[in-house]
Write a new protein. Sequence first.
Length: 323
Amino acid sequence: MPFARLAKATTATAHVGLGLAAVGRPGYITLGRDRDLPEDRTPDALRERAHELLDASYAQGVRYFDVARSYGRAEEFLAGWLRDHPDVQDVVIGSKWGYAYTADWRTDAEVHEVKDHSVEAFERQRAETGELLGERLDLYQIHSVTPDSPALTDTALHARLADLAASGVTVGISTSGPAQADAIRAALSVVVGGKPLFRTVQATYNLLETSAAEALAEAHEAGLTVIVKEALANGRLTPDAAPPALRAVAAEADATCDAVALATILRLPWAGVVLSGAATVLQLASNLHAAVVDLDDDQLARLAGMREEPAAYWKHRSGLPWS
């Protein structure tokens, strides 16, 4: 398993990953992008920003990098960085298939990505990922699986994924929506040749959306690596937008709101990797401070009171603008 490399790492930040969703394309749904990104969001400008983040994160002990076919040019940017750093062999590289990027490098596109979990989409996107990342790809996940996804029941697709796993690439899923727990449990039951097919699950979990916690603990107990995404709720838990309870605890802990929010997840026994979606090197440094934030039981209890009902959380998220 490629994630064994992380277990050998000794840095405090080894279980923080860097996701390139925010810098692989000009438009995304994270708050504050007008402030965080260059005014001219050309491919060259975002490639430079992505490489700055990769340099800084690797230097500070980050060893997991996360991209996807639908993240614009994120795979391309990461592949270029890896070529420029041939000595970097101790990282784990994960990507995702199942969404196609359709915005044509525009922030005002009517549709930014299209979902397709068919066998044909897998074969097409696996070839595209292979052209960019080649043998550096460690993990390939189905992007945003929901309980009604055909990827959970398509035995022809399962056979293709099992072949990929046999070649040495770990196969997993990511989840989205208010029924993440149902999707996770359904994925745990998928078996090919008498063996569980999926070995990782990447799910949204943060102080506002905790509904998948029990299912993620079950996945961990079943031997899957759990990767937490959207740990800062698409910017809602950053210093500029944080709720009062988070601001208060951050002040007490002499830490930033984002570091506190990430620290609450890093302490969970089932959280294998927690993703930073930083768009600037300063944000990254602030995120990585989470590894040394210490919170007491009273502070954790107050933060736990911030959770929202899943339906309300996902309705709010669906209303965030692409900018």
